[in-house]
Design a protein around this ligand. Structure first.
Ligand SMILES: [Zn+2]
Ligand SMILES: [Zn+2]
Length: 316
């Protein structure tokens, strides 16, 4: 597969995001950056250098509904008439569904924060909304779907975890990885809820997605951020090890006493601010989910706040 990386700036701590141009046919863009003047200029310039115009894009594939990956999608579609592909589970984010607000508020209170923290957090999120235009995909893709490209096709892999409807694209050798696999940072499975407001176990799902992709033995992976990953298997093993170590460290912390999610996050990530708080909470929550699925912790609700501790041994 011919693949041309386009590096686009973002206003987020993660740094620049990668879009990928697949010259096709059909001319395909995978992800497209946030809706900022800087990202748009960089996208236009990158396309120009690849002798491609905005208007020529026939297909836009969105790996997942995080603003840095799709904020410009509506602008690209409007300029080009491109068909827009995404997984059904990402549609709520792409169209700006607000059903997560109430369960997120509950989570913040159950974590042990006063309700003003939830208000402040929502204000920060509202400010991010300027970096995207809502978009309804014209085509919903599911695991195993094939997108024709040049003489062959790309397979859609549904890889939930970092986002519930996250997808990768796979041609049998090369993986377009979105945020499933990053070289420099371990992708954060962000707290998410289903449309009924139930919280999803995003880190366990993410680890299953990693195992699945490892079994495909990709030769190279093109990530959502950073340089191409030339030894994907080694990187996956490293990420799996990282999460295993963190899970065990968390189990050791929980052995001494009861903890709230707020206290655990403060202990793990001193100096969290409103921009990073939800990511920090997500990181800790994910590892609590792993321990819970292994039956190693108990969770008590006291005064509307959840307390975590190591489960008593069997029969104890
Ligand atoms: Zn992401
Ligand atoms: Zn990203």
């Amino acid at each position: 597969m011919r693949i041309i990386p386009l590096l686009l700036p973002t206003p987020y701590p993660v740094g620049p995001v990668n879009a990928y141009l697949l010259p096709g046919p059909p001319v395909t863009l995978v992800d497209c950056g946030p809706k900022t003047d800087e990202a748009r200029a960089a996208l236009e310039e990158g396309l120009r250098r690849a002798s491609c115009k905005f208007e020529a894009i026939e297909r836009l594939v969105i790996t997942h509904g995080h603003t840095d990956h799709f904020g410009l999608a509506a602008a690209v579609a409007a300029a080009s008439g491109a068909r827009v592909y995404a997984h059904a589970d990402e549609v709520p984010k792409l169209v700006g569904d607000r059903s997560f607000v109430e369960p997120a508020r509950t989570l913040i209170t159950e974590a042990g924060f006063p309700s003003e923290v939830a208000d402040a957090l929502f204000n920060v999120w509202r400010s991010f909304r300027g970096h995207l235009d809502r978009i309804a995909p014209t085509h919903l893709v599911a695991d195993g779907d094939r997108l024709p490209l040049e003489d062959g096709s790309l397979e859609v892999l549904h890889t939930p975890g970092h986002a519930q409807g996250h997808i990768c694209l796979w041609d049998g050798k090369t993986l377009i990885a979105g945020d499933l696999l990053l070289e420099e940072i371990s992708p954060n499975p962000v707290i998410e809820f289903d449309l009924e407001g139930r919280r999803l176990h995003t880190l366990p799902a993410y680890l299953r997605s990693l195992h699945r992709v490892a079994a495909l033995e990709p030769e190279v992976a093109y990530p959502g951020h950073g340089e191409p990953i030339t030894a994907p298997a080694a990187r996956i093993a490293e990420i799996l090890r990282h999460h295993h170590d963190r899970k065990e460290r968390l189990a050791r912390m929980l052995a001494g006493r009861d903890w709230t999610l707020r206290d655990l996050a403060a202990e793990w990530f001193p100096g969290l601010d409103l921009r990073t708080l939800f990511l920090g909470l997500s990181e800790v929550m994910g590892h609590l989910d792993l321990l819970e699925e292994e039956g190693r912790i108990t969770i008590d609700r006291r005064g509307g706040v959840l307390h975590y501790r190591v489960a008593a041994p069997d029969g104890g």
